[in-house]
Ligand binder design. Structure first.
Ligand SMILES: [Zn+2]
Length: 75
């Protein structure tokens, strides 16, 4: 089952366009995104992450560190 990104109505998996509002359904795009994410996760596990991913991880670590050092525990 998929849901229209525009009107949130439930759609058949095989449908390419929403039968309620005509919005193009994200089926193929979503699957591609999931495949990309899976590939990224696999790459991380094998230690082969991209510079962008390294930067993102560094940013996340910095945020975590800042939260831990915050006197109130919240910003
Ligand atoms: Zn729709």
């Amino acid at each position: 089952m998929v849901f229209c990104t525009d009107c949130a109505q439930q759609q058949e998996d095989s449908q390419k366009f929403c039968r309620f509002c005509g919005e193009r359904l994200p089926g193929a795009t979503l699957i591609q995104q999931l495949r990309d994410e899976a590939a990224n996760i696999k790459a991380q596990k094998t230690g082969q992450i991209t510079q962008t991913q390294q930067a993102n991880l560094a940013t996340l670590k910095a945020i975590e560190l800042a939260r831990q050092q915050s006197p109130n525990g919240q910003s």
